[in-house]
Write a protein that binds this ligand. Structure first.
Ligand code: SF4
Ligand code: SF4
Length: 324
């Protein structure tokens, strides 16, 4: 009997001793975990897409709690998430417009010429190694869908030989941008309705030889823009979204239809007679002479001249102009 009791007592004693030591050590050497890490992690989307530049949602939660990352860092959660994080972290969220990826190319099978028939593996990077892919335009979309396979949100598809983003599904995680060998996918504010669909840096004639809707650098858009929001640099037009007001004038004049705008989305200004005090500020700020009226009398929008730039509505001190 003694043979069993003594080992039990000794082992029990050792277990109790180490239990006490471990309990003491866990208290003494405990690493303080910021409770906000858990709270932040709970509201992050859990997509682990890496679009924020961190290894995943856990890493971003720690960075936000430490104050190393802004509460607007997660591109997936957008403004809604930033608002929740601002409560947890006790900081201002500020305004944050949702961004979406857009493919700056419309070189689909109808528009871009093919220079050879590609029969290799379905991978844009592989095709890129074979003389820049099968399309004659060396800047254009290869159309083999590497971005499609990379997107965790099913938000990008190849349509008729060129990639197109589904803006409803896009979370701006940037995965497509990272894998596109042509560098033709960019993040833009979702409210911007006008887009240049070309990144071809060659001169006009060379561009026309390879694609029907390539930018020929004619500068007509630059002249038409009354907001200094579009420039032609290195033979291709580029919109400055911080200045663009969606008037769509550039798209109206572009001879090659390189600039896309859905004209059905174009809004018109409406002045409320009840609110208008006839201050004429709207008239002064309209670049299109689309508002008429004398000082101290009700003003009126000329429908056929209004291009929906909304500058009158922004400037009206009485909030009397609505865009619809
Ligand atoms: S939409 Fe209007 S403001 Fe924007 S780039 Fe074109 S012309 Fe300029
Ligand atoms: S009007 Fe069209 S073709 Fe001409 S420079 Fe502007 S985008 Fe290019």
């Amino acid at each position: 009997m003694n043979n069993i009791i003594w080992p039990v007592i000794v082992l029990g004693g050792i277990a109790v001793f180490f239990g006490i030591v471990l309990a003491y050590a866990s208290k003494k050497f405990a690493v303080e975990v910021d409770p906000r890490v858990t709270e932040v992690r709970e509201v992050l989307p859990g997509a682990n897409c890496g679009g924020c530049g961190y290894a995943g949602c856990d890493a971003l939660a720690e960075a936000i709690a430490r104050g190393d990352a802004a509460i607007t860092t997660c591109p997936v959660g957008g403004a809604e998430l930033a608002a929740k994080l601002s409560v947890i972290m006790g900081v201002e969220a500020g305004s944050m417009e949702r961004e979406v990826a857009r493919v700056i190319c419309c070189g689909d099978k109808n528009n871009a010429k093919e220079k050879y028939e590609y029969q290799g593996i379905e991978d844009c990077k592989a095709a890129e190694m074979l003389a820049g892919g099968s399309k004659s335009c060396r800047y254009g979309c290869t159309g083999l869908g590497t971005c499609v396979r990379e997107c965790p949100f099913d938000a990008i598809h190849v349509v008729n030989g060129a990639a197109v983003v589904d803006e409803e599904k896009c979370t701006a995680c940037k995965k497509c941008i990272a894998v596109c060998p042509k560098g033709i996918i960019e993040l833009v504010p979702v409210s911007n309705k006008v887009r240049v669909l070309c990144k071809n840096l060659d001169k006009g004639k060379s561009t026309m030889d390879v694609c029907k809707i390539g930018c020929i650098a004619c500068q007509k858009c630059v002249k038409a823009c009354k907001f200094d929001a579009i420039k032609v640099e290195n033979n291709v037009a580029k919109i400055d979204y911080s200045k663009c007001v969606n008037c769509m004038m550039c798209a109206e004049v572009c001879p090659t239809k390189t600039i896309y705008a859905n004209f059905a989305d174009r809004k018109k200004a409406f002045i409320s007679d009840d609110k208008c005090i006839g201050c004429a500020i709207c008239k002064k700020h309209c670049n299109f002479e689309a508002i008429e009226g004398e000082l101290k009398s009700k003003h009126k929008v000329l429908d056929d001249k209004c291009v929906g730039c909304s500058q009158c509505s922004v400037k009206c001190p009485k909030d009397a102009i609505e865009m619809k």
